[in-house]
Design a binder for this molecule. Sequence first.
Ligand code: NDP
Ligand code: MG
Length: 382
Amino acid sequence: MAKTISLLGSTGSIGRQTLDICREQGIKAAALTAHSNIGLLERQAREFRPQLVAMHDLEPALELAKRLAGLDIEVAYGLDGLRRAASLRSSDTVVTAVVGMAGLWPTMAAIEAGKRIALANKETLVCAGELVMEASRQYGAEIVPVDSEHSAIFQCLQGSKDHGEIKRLILTCSGGPFFGLSREEISKKTKADALCHPNWTMGEKITIDCASLMNKGLEFIEAMRLFRVRPEQVSVVIHRQSIIHSMVEFRDGAVLAQMGTPDMRLPIRYALTYPYREKSELPTLDLLSCPPLTFAAPDLEAFPCLKMAMDCARTGGTSCAVLNGANEAAVELFRRERIAFGRIPELVARALDAIPSFSSPSLEEILEADRRARECVAEAVR
Ligand code: NDP
Ligand code: MG
């Protein structure tokens, strides 16, 4: 169970909910970091009195230092600030709630410092999963997933002694706001449409990924890496009600599911209290009043992002970094309303076509693949 955490991305959706769990469970925060939200980071720092806070850029860090003067809180910035937060001696657990590939370096720093990692930042595992998992074995840094599907699988696997018992992981998917529409209809959707998720409230990037089903594609790769299974052992099923958070089918035919009301604080709490379960105020799941649980196959025609991610999962190598880098760049353009929704899969496909993939890449080669993918997207819209 975590006693003191470093929370990377404390001002985001996962970050704020993590602090709710800290309040509830009396967990201390030794480090808090943000990109640019000075106001919220200041309030969080005043409440939690961490040893260190870090911002992305120097200017906001200087402003924050001015505001926190006299509180004995060190203020850092940039990659160095994130890395220091991730490897702080006083933290036993690092929560990686930064969005995007930017999470890679601090995750590596936390692993090298042998911390337990409560991992929300899925992009890191998608791009460099094999290297990250290998490093975590080498340094004895345990990774506990925060993503609700992976937490569900992790929970279902407690008590399973032999990895060979796993036959299949079944990721559930709400289907997002555009479920049931054709590719043509989806391609014209606006930012406001994409930000309307039926069951979860999350940061903008992941909400847009949920609308394109790229999120499920990233989770497909994340599941392979975290649980060391082959792509044929992962499947995706549409489950509109988000009551079953994912399942594991074992070789004897048993299927275990983790169920509950959709609330990210459950997987966050579990990641922080693991291997124990602590009391919460979460409303009891009332099976008699919940809607019928339904299941359907995903429509890979209408949601090409999911199909591309599943293909990259099979190809492996640098293709996953290209997929992720191109998607991050395309989603950013969509967020700024520079491109239509339908261009997201187009731009990702273009990058995957243009950049050849190769296997067993080094970290530098992964970063290079990511850079080239972003450049390819920028070039296409120039
Ligand atoms: P948000 O956008 O809400 O928050 C992101 C956090 O990271 C903020 O604190 C932000 O700071 C900070 N940040 C953004 N960019 C950078 C950067 N380049 N360098 C350092 N810090 C940065 O995202 P979410 O909380 O929704 O998601 C975080 C991660 O968790 C993602 O990888 C997502 O896929 C994953 N996840 C999220 C779920 C959810 O329910 N939200 C569910 C499952 C997984 P600032 O506020 O200053 O911009
Ligand atoms: Mg998820």
